[in-house]
Design a protein. Sequence first.
Length: 107
Amino acid sequence: MEKQNILLIIVLMTAVTAPMRLLPVWLLSARPIPTKLQAWLRYVPIAVIAAMLLPSLFIREDVLALSSSNLYLWVALPTIWVAAKTKNLAITVISGMGLLALARYLW
C-alpha cells in the first residue's frame, strides 16, 4: 500500500472516530451527571472487559471448552478471586500472569 493511501486512511478514520469520542464530552461537560447514571457508568469498563475476555476463556478451537485442559479458564478463576479481594488492577494482572506461568511450567 502506498504511503499516501495509508495517510488518507488514518486521516479518514480519525475524522470518523474523533467526533464520536468527543461528542459525549462536549455534551456532558457543562452539566452535572445524575447519580444513578454515574453508578451505572461504573460498570461499563467491567462489562467491556468481560465481553472481550469471556469468549477467549470458554471457547477453544470453536468449541465450548470447560474441561481440565483449558488452562486459561482454570487460571482465570483464582485471578478473579484476587481481583475481587484486592480491587487492584496491577496486583490482579501480576497474579494472573504469575499463575499462568506457573501453570504452564507445571503442565
